[in-house]
Design a protein around this ligand. Structure first.
Ligand code: UD2
Length: 285
């Protein structure tokens, strides 16, 4: 019988292992891209504990997920994402913590380095198994899109509204990606060298392929995301060095990345729905 696998007794706490695909999941869900205040979202989720941690109360989650959201000056998008995503994560019966990683001005935005900071800071707080790095403007439209890790890194976007639910190119690896702790460690994380817009996602993909992983994706109707249009942010201008950097991604991989991430935490806020970690990073990496 299908369910018998899912209800194995969990020895540690005498509860049952959560189903991989809970019966509450329905497939397509309506996204709500309208502005919402943080207090409105907070009021919807009393079961989420301070710092943004949630655990299902009727079963033992299969892994501990750290959701890493790089976010500077994008509060409106962050609130919209939380308003849409949290209910999906809860329905999927996940044990998760939301980390918002913010970067101090004036340094140019560095998305890849904020991933590394999120990974390192999350592991100082708990023993996470799975890390999902998530742009704040990517909204899943299907709750079968399971926020979990597997034997290879996963790219969650199979189609995005702004590209008519397609992708800009086949090897595209931007937006939302998942790694186990071991996978991220093995690839030496992201590069820290991409200040400004572009290239860091291609570099990350080169790193996974170079270490023998392949990129997983859900079928198109599952990895379908809506997005909000926005102007290029100040402090995140296109990075002209990105093409040269990407061309040397594999050569640099072991010497530069997670093992060379230097930053200074300037503020930690344990909000109701997330732990916000603000960092200062230096441009002379
Ligand atoms: C694309 C990729 C993105 C990344 C970027 C190049 C998609 C779906 N995504 O995004 O993954 O590779 O190109 O760097 O196309 N952010 C801030 N504050 C800023 C700037 C960026 O919080 O000032 C964060 C935020 O989470 C945002 C993400 O970084 O969603 C990506 O930046 P973007 O939205 O400006 O770039 P975009 O949409 O071209």
């Amino acid at each position: 019988q299908e369910d018998s696998k899912e209800t194995t007794e969990h020895p540690a706490n005498k509860t049952v292992l959560c189903p991989e695909k809970p019966a509450e999941l329905v497939g397509f869900v309506n996204t709500n891209l309208t502005d919402v205040s943080l207090s409105t979202v907070e009021a919807k989720y009393p079961a989420i504990q301070k710092g943004g941690n949630y655990q299902p109360n009727d079963c033992q989650a299969r892994e501990k997920l750290a959701l890493i959201l790089p976010c500077r000056n994008r509060t409106a998008h962050l609130n919209i994402l939380l308003n849409n995503l949290l209910k999906i994560l809860i329905k999927q019966k996940l044990d998760f913590t939301v980390f918002v990683i913010d970067q101090e001005f004036p340094t140019t935005f560095n998305r890849g380095m904020l991933f590394n900071v999120g990974y390192l800071e999350a592991l100082k707080r708990d023993d996470y198994d799975c890390f999902i790095f998530h742009d704040v403007d990517m909204i899943p439209t299907n709750d079968f899109c399971l926020y979990k890790c597997t034997h290879n890194p996963r790219h969650f976007l199979s189609g995005v509204s702004k590209w008519h639910y397609g992708l800009p190119y086949k090897g595209y690896f931007g937006g939302v990606v998942a790694f186990t702790r071991e996978q991220y460690q093995k690839i030496n994380g992201d590069s820290n060298l991409y200040f400004g817009w572009g290239g860091e996602d291609d570099d990350l993909r080169a790193r996974i392929l170079n270490k023998g992983y392949s990129m997983l994706r859900y079928p198109k109707f599952i990895g379908r995301y809506d997005t909000m249009s926005h102007k290029r942010d100040s402090g995140n201008q296109a990075n002209p060095a990105r093409f040269t950097l990407v061309s040397k991604a594999k050569e640099r991989q072991d010497e530069e990345g997670l093992n060379t991430t230097i930053y200074k935490v300037t503020e930690v806020v344990e909000a109701k729905l997330y732990t916000k970690i603000k960092v200062f990073i230096n441009m002379t990496q």
